[in-house]
Design a protein around this ligand. Structure first.
Ligand code: NAD
Length: 476
């Protein structure tokens, strides 16, 4: 099969084939099936220059018009949902229905964000003075996205950035560039030229983009390790940053839950998207009174789940998205084997081509195990029992991460009491991973800086500007 080479970058509203190319693999087969433009420094300069040139007109465009553009984007994504989702399954690996969820979730995010308004705060209004704080666009935004949810995570950035009047250079991850390139191609006619540019490239491109002097703001989603580098690079020109980083979310399961009824939900909290979700449950603490029956229910359910090629009907869990992550997950499994931890299910990599790791559950590994302490970002779950509430809260909080956490209990007041003690940006009670375009989502501790979603997320793309008007000047 020859590689599909039709994908283009969008710079100043035009297709750019790119002077160089790089291969994109299907993780279910480990075969290169397409090529994407490998953006050169000169092409990146063009993209940043186009965004800068488009800025004055776009920031002056009335907000109602900008909202129309956002709704038009949502409409185009919706119309091409199936085409985009098929491509996403091919490059990302996730089952088709879940790819539809990512794509249509992106459309929803544009449409709902268009309902937000930019606030204005009057802090003094009397004979002496009128003081008002308004929010202006920051300028040219670099939007950098990882490979686990390429479309919805891009929408988290693009929608509020456009609403606030910024222009954008978007960069998808090197292993999942295609759906993003195609999406921006599809909306070329509805977004004014230069307002939204997209570039794809290998590992050199991220640092070029964040270090570019034409960029005013970096909105980054990715690992904590890379987030530190982005912040270091941004410090030279004190670029504004929003960092949405890694997590090691704990789930605390209380003894009053109905074990049979909750087991499936807990399973998917950890294994949805092959465990490759920043807010996946990555450590599960189960009260000792229900540890054995819940363990048995999770393992029984795990045996029924179909792991395979996401393009095949019935697949529930796809491959790991790329080779580097596959090797990282296998390394964590090997470490657990070397240390003698007990596996309840899984643990053997499949011999099939592609980056498949079976559903793997570990029985009570120690708290200092790498699989407990590190972000696995794969289908491997440490299941651990607890006895004492104070102790489990301490264990849940004993991490550099603070993205999310969940508490599962029939007693909502008690669950809230536990939730209040968890040091995270989001906490869920009796559910997990629900995000809303109207609510703030961001990380505590080393899971991030700033947030996305709702008014908080919108203001991350704005420069606050306070105007003072003296009213009692004798000379005026
Ligand atoms: P990554 O940090 O390796 O890459 C993320 C993006 O940054 C990619 O587009 C990559 O090309 C780019 N990049 C890499 N090095 C760069 C550099 N030096 N400068 C600028 N850009 C650079 O992350 P990943 O492996 O693609 O994604 C997985 C990680 O993302 C996990 O840690 C996960 O928890 C995190 N994540 C966080 C959120 C959130 O909202 N908090 C959401 C999804 C994923």
């Amino acid at each position: 099969m020859s590689a599909d080479t039709k994908f283009t970058m969008t710079i100043n509203g035009k297709a750019v084939t790119g002077a160089e190319k790089f291969g994109v693999e299907n993780p279910a087969t480990a075969e290169v099936f397409a090529e994407a433009p490998n953006c050169t420094q000169a092409e990146l300069d063009e993209a940043v220059a186009a965004a800068r040139a488009a800025l004055p007109a776009w920031r002056k465009t009335p907000i109602e018009k900008r909202k129309e553009v956002m709704l038009a984007i949502a409409g185009v994504i919706g119309q091409h949902g199936e085409e985009l989702a098929r491509l996403l399954t091919q490059e990302q690996g996730k089952p088709f229905e879940q790819a539809m969820g990512d794509v249509l979730g992106g459309a929803h995010w544009f449409a709902e964000t268009a309902k937000l308004d930019i606030p204005e705060v009057v802090s003094q209004d009397d004979e002496e003075r009128y003081t008002v704080t308004r929010y202006e666009p920051i300028g040219v935004v670099a939007a950098i996205v990882p490979w686990n949810f390429p479309i919805i995570l891009a929408a988290f950035k693009l929608a509020p950035a456009l609403l606030a009047g910024n222009t954008i250079v978007l960069k998808p991850a090197p292993t999942t560039p295609l759906t993003t390139l195609r999406l921006v191609e599809l909306i070329r006619d509805v977004v004014p030229a230069g307002v939204l540019n997209v570039v794809s490239g290998d590992d050199r491109l991220g640092p070029w983009l964040t270090g570019h002097s034409g960029i005013d703001k970096i909105s980054f989603t990715g690992s904590t390790q890379t987030g530190r580098k982005v912040m270091e690079g941004a410090s030279k020109e004190l670029k504004k940053v929003t960092l949405e980083l890694g997590g090691n979310d704990a789930a605390i399961v209380m003894p009053d839950v109905n074990v049979e009824a909750v087991a499936q939900e807990l399973f998917w909290a950890a294994f949805q998207n092959t465990g490759q979700i920043c807010i996946a449950t990555k450590r599960m603490y189960v009260h000792k009174d229900i540890y054995e029956p819940l363990k048995a229910a999770l393992v029984e359910y795990a045996k029924t789940v179909k792991v395979g090629d996401g393009s095949q009907q019935g697949t529930q869990i796809g491959p790991i998205q790329n080779k580097a992550q596959y090797q990282r997950v296998l390394d964590l499994i090997q470490d657990s084997k070397d240390k003698g931890y007990k596996f309840l299910i899984g643990g053997e990599a499949s011999s099939a081509p592609g980056y498949f790791v079976p559903v793997t559950i570990l029985d009570n590994p120690p708290e200092d195990a790498r699989i407990v302490q590190e972000e696995q970002f794969g289908p491997v779950l440490p299941l651990m029992s607890f006895d004492n509430l104070d102790e489990v809260v301490t264990r849940a909080n004993d991490t550099i991460y603070g993205l999310g956490a969940s508490v599962w209990s029939a007693d909502l007041a008690k669950a809230q009491e536990i939730a209040d003690q968890l040091e995270t940006g989001t906490v869920w009670i009796n559910e997990t991973q629900h995000l809303s375009p109207h609510a703030s989502f961001g990380g505590a501790k080393q899971s991030g800086i700033g947030s996305e979603g709702g008014e908080h997320g919108l203001l991350e793309f704005c420069q606050a500007k306070t105007t003072n008007i003296r009213r009692n000047a004798t000379f005026a």
